[in-house]
Design a protein around this ligand. Structure first.
Ligand code: ZN
Length: 287
C-alpha cells in the first residue's frame, strides 16, 4: 500500500497544484503523509454526507473536486459545519485531498470527462493553456456531435447522459436549431462567453447560467445555451479520476480500492415544471 505522501505525489503529477488558479485552494486538507492508503473515495463535494460515506467505506483518502476551505479560517472546531467535516475525517484516519481548477485545466480534465459522458468528440480546449505545446490543456472543451441534434433533442440527450438531478437540464434558444459544434465547461462557465463566441459553436453547455449573462449572450446573436446542474457537470470527473487512480495503482502494484460517490450533493432537491400558460408566449414562437 502507498503512503498518503506517495499517493499525493502521484496525484500532483496528474493535476499539478501549480496549475490551479491563484485564488484556489488545492492539495491535502487533512491527513498524515506517512499513513498507508488502501481505499479511496472520489466525490465532487466535501460535505458532511460525503465525509460520513467515506468513513462508512473505511476510506483512507477522500479525494474531492471542490475545496473544503477556499479562504483562510481560524477554527476547525466541530461547532462549524466545515470543522465537523474535518473532525469526522480525522477521527476515522481519513485524509482529504482536493483537485479543483488544476483538474479543470488538466489533460484529461473535468470538461473531457463531461464531454465523454455526453458522447461528444473533443476537438480542442475552449481556453487553451499557453504553456501546453500540445494544445490539449485548458479550460472547457470545444466538441463535435457525431450526429447533429436539434437543441431540444440535445438537451434531452444531456439530461439522459448526466447523473439525474432535481434541476435537470434547461436550454435557451430556438429548440429546433441544429447543434453540431458544442462548447462544454464543467461547473460555472458563464465567464467564458467571449471564448465560446470565438469558438464558432452552435451551443454552449455549462452550469450556473444566470439571467443577465444568458440574456445578453442571446441578444447579441443566436447561441444556444444548455444549463445543467453544477454537480452533474462535474461528477463525470469522479469516474475519470477513479480510473486514473486505478491505472496508477496497477502501474505501481498498490492494490488500491477506489470508489466513486453516488450521493447527489447538488443543493437543489426538487423541481416543479411550470404548466402551460396561454397568457404568455416566447418571442418568435408560432401562435
Ligand atoms: Zn465546481
Amino acid at each position: 500500500m502507498p503512503t498518503l505522501s506517495e499517493l499525493t505525489t502521484a496525484l500532483d503529477a496528474l493535476w499539478p497544484a501549480g496549475r490551479a488558479e491563484s485564488w484556489d485552494a488545492v492539495g491535502t486538507v487533512c491527513g498524515d503523509p506517512d499513513a498507508e492508503v488502501g481505499t479511496v473515495l472520489v466525490a465532487v463535494d466535501p460535505v458532511q454526507a460525503v465525509a460520513d460515506e467515506a468513513v462508512r467505506l473505511g476510506a483512507d483518502l477522500l479525494l474531492t473536486h471542490h475545496p473544503l476551505y477556499l479562504r483562510g479560517t481560524t477554527t476547525v472546531g466541530a461547532h462549524t459545519f466545515k470543522g465537523r467535516v474535518v473532525h469526522t475525517l480525522i477521527k476515522a484516519d481519513t485524509a482529504l485531498h482536493v483537485a479543483h481548477t488544476n483538474a479543470d485545466r488538466a489533460d484529461p480534465g473535468v470538461s473531457d470527462a463531461l464531454a465523454g459522458a455526453l458522447d461528444l468528440r473533443v476537438l480542442a480546449p475552449l481556453v487553451p493553456d499557453p504553456d501546453d505545446p500540445q494544445g490539449r490543456r485548458g479550460l472547457g472543451r470545444i466538441c463535435e456531435l457525431d450526429t447533429p441534434l436539434s437543441l431540444a433533442a440535445f438537451a434531452q440527450h444531456a439530461a439522459a447522459h448526466l447523473p439525474a438531478t432535481a434541476q435537470g437540464v434547461r436550454a435557451a434558444g430556438d429548440p429546433d436549431a441544429m447543434i453540431r459544434r458544442v462548447a462544454v465547461c464543467g461547473g460555472s462557465g458563464d465567464s467564458l462567453f467571449e471564448q465560446v463566441r470565438a469558438a464558432d459553436v452552435d451551443a454552449y453547455l455549462t452550469a450556473d447560467l444566470r439571467h443577465h449573462p444568458a440574456s445578453e449572450a442571446q441578444e447579441r446573436s443566436p447561441l444556444a445555451l444548455v444549463d445543467a446542474a453544477h454537480w452533474a457537470t462535474e461528477w463525470p470527473w469522479c469516474e475519470q479520476a477513479a480510473a486514473q487512480l486505478d491505472a496508477l495503482s496497477e502501474r505501481h502494484g498498490w492494490g488500491l480500492r477506489t470508489h466513486v460517490s453516488r450521493l447527489v450533493t447538488d443543493p437543489w432537491t426538487a423541481h416543479a415544471a411550470s404548466g402551460l400558460h396561454h397568457d404568455y408566449e416566447y418571442p418568435g414562437a408560432p401562435n
